[in-house]
Design a protein around this ligand. Structure first.
Ligand code: F6P
Length: 553
């Protein structure tokens, strides 16, 4: 059965922040520290972990106990989480403000599985398109899809922004040691400095440019596409455009109008949200870098996580547990942000991808039924790779007044031969979560300082600065290694966690109306800067425009 906009998900009232059972569970738990929870339950580390799709998720260092988990599972039942997951996989209208399904799972399903979006079968089209864009990727890799002069393409530049950039950019970096195709480059920012730097690394005669835009109207992408076209035409002439451009879009007509030959335009569908699109033809740069088999391994890992998410009971479901704990931290423990620290240099773009996924999906204050959400929704999500992050913001994580829960992500096996540094990386990751939990109390600090030779008075004076309150929540996600399969599973786990949280908050995870106003005003300001109209925004913006005009004219 298909839901309709007039049949929205019942939003849980009064929301997780005010739910009596959750509040009672939080009050019962509050007096116990994490250290005490471990001391009182020798099995805690064993009981609070789960394996799925090759990933190991330990949530023993989260500030939850059985009472909290039971209350969360009860709340999830009252939100009909199971029914909402079934509706998601059934291709129902889970995005009613845009009248769309959200069926990114269909993109990574093996051939033969039946999928429907709003009652329309989609699986055959999905497979045909996947074959087509992977054939093109392979043709580029083999040199069969040649440049205008008949030589091979050695560099592929993706021009796109948001979901049309972050996913492929992150995956190409994450799996870089496995790349064996043309080099990939990414241009997103309307600041032409990024385009100039990327194109400076490329020879136009050997370069293919992919214009990736779901709408094919995004200002930044269209501006960069025009700039790249000029760069190419300047070097090779207008006739070379067909051999050196491709496009990925749901707006096939606009891509053709740009001058890109039809056989190089790869479509996807309205039911693929931009931030969930790397599994579609938006992943073409991934296919170029790692080939059909690399792309398919990533899909297979994600599909394994989809199957787990769809079928495992809530209490043994990895993305569900991640989502439940995320809501617990946010709404019951009052966490204002969620920190994510991958201990893998190759995941340096992971947080950027996750920021769009989580905050564009769940950064909302209106419930599905149009009412105000009764409490906070997504925390600010931020982070960076470890160990670099330890030397930047970990001071705050350890000693600021408020706790910021951390997700540690650690691929165990390295893709290099330096076993000693991999051991150091692992040691640092595990030490940080232990330090956040254990802390260090004043008497221990005083004893240490006295043992180091300080007088009792000096030790007592110095101690407060060296005390760690501890009791700060974290989770650790272990991957055996950072390969295409496990990366796919990791990304799908976070996608589903995002959906779970949206259900518990009663919001639509798949629209993004909040990005529109800024886009509209940017057009108005640009019209002022071009001298077409006078300023009429607000006193400060108008004054800033004046200063900008003085500097740029
Ligand atoms: O930032 C808003 C947004 O619409 C994102 O949702 C999307 O990923 C991005 O812009 C790019 O959009 P498009 O793929 O249509 O160019």
């Amino acid at each position: 059965m298909t839901a309709s906009p007039s049949d929205p998900t019942p939003s849980p009232s009064p929301g997780p922040s005010h739910d009596p059972e959750l509040r009672t569970a939080a009050e019962t738990l509050a007096p116990q520290s994490l250290v005490e929870l471990f001391a009182n339950d020798p099995q805690r580390a064993e009981r609070y972990r789960i394996e799925a799709a090759g990933m190991h998720y330990s949530y023993a260092k989260q500030r939850v106990d059985d009472g909290a988990l039971d209350a969360l599972l009860g709340f999830a039942r009252r939100c009909d989480l199971e029914g909402r997951i079934a509706a998601l996989f059934a291709g129902e209208m889970v995005n009613p403000t845009e009248g769309r399904a959200a069926l990114h799972m269909a993109l990574r399903a093996p051939a033969g599985q039946r999928w429907q979006a709003l009652d329309e079968p989609v699986d055959k089209e999905v497979h045909a398109t996947r074959e087509r864009f992977l054939d093109f990727a392979e043709a580029l890799r083999s040199g069969q899809a040649a440049a205008a002069d008949g030589g091979a393409i050695t560099d592929v530049v993706n021009i796109g922004i948001g979901g049309s950039d972050l996913g492929p950019r992150m995956v190409c970096e994450a799996l870089a040691p496995l790349a064996d195709g043309p080099r990939t480059h990414f241009i997103a920012n309307v600041d032409a400095a990024e385009r100039e730097a990327a194109l400076a690394r490329c020879d136009p005669a050997r370069t293919l440019i992919i214009v990736t835009s779901k709408t094919f109207t995004t200002q930044e992408t269209m501006a960069n596409a025009a700039g790249a076209r000029a760069w190419l035409v300047d070097a090779l002439g207008e006739a070379a455009v067909g051999a050196h451009f491709a496009a990925v879009s749901t707006n096939l007509a606009a891509a053709r109008d740009f001058g890109i030959p039809e056989d190089r335009v790869f479509g996807f569908w309205e039911w693929v949200g931009g931030r969930y699109s790397l599994w579609s033809a938006v992943g073409l740069p991934i296919g170029v870098a790692f080939g059909r088999s690399g792309f398919e391994q990533m899909l297979a890992g994600a599909h394994a996580m989809d199957e787990h998410f769809r079928s495992a009971p809530a209490e043994a479901n990895l993305p569900v547990l991640m989502g439940l704990i995320g809501v617990w931290n946010r709404n019951l423990l009052g966490a204002e942000s969620q920190v994510v620290v991958p201990y893998a240099q190759r995941l340096k773009h992971f947080v950027g991808w996750l920021q769009q996924l989580e905050m564009e999906s769940n950064g909302k204050s209106v419930a599905l039924d149009g009412s105000a959400v009764p409490g906070p929704t997504t925390p600010a999500l931020w982070g960076d790779v470890g160990t670099n992050a330890q030397h930047a913001f970990f001071q705050m994580l350890h000693q600021a007044p408020r706790a910021h829960p951390v997700d540690f992500i650690l691929p165990l096996a390295a893709d290099h031969d330096d076993a000693q540094q991999q051991r150091l990386l692992i040691a640092n990751c595990l030490a940080q979560s232990a330090a956040l939990m254990q802390g260090r109390d004043e008497s221990t600090v005083v004893a240490e300082l006295e043992a180091a030779g300080l007088s009792p008075e000096a030790a007592r004076a110095a101690a407060p600065h060296r005390v760690f309150s501890g009791n700060r929540p974290s989770a650790t996600l272990l991957l055996p290694r950072l390969d295409a399969w496990h990366l796919g599973a990791l990304l799908a786990a976070y996608e589903h966690r995002t959906f779970v949280q949206s259900v518990l908050w009663g919001i639509n995870a798949f629209d993004q109306w909040g990005v529109e106003l800024g886009k509209q005003l940017a057009k108005r300001v640009d019209a002022v800067l071009r001298g077409e109209v006078g300023e009429n925004l607000d006193a400060d913006t108008d004054a800033l425009i004046q200063r900008a005009l003085k500097r740029t004219s």
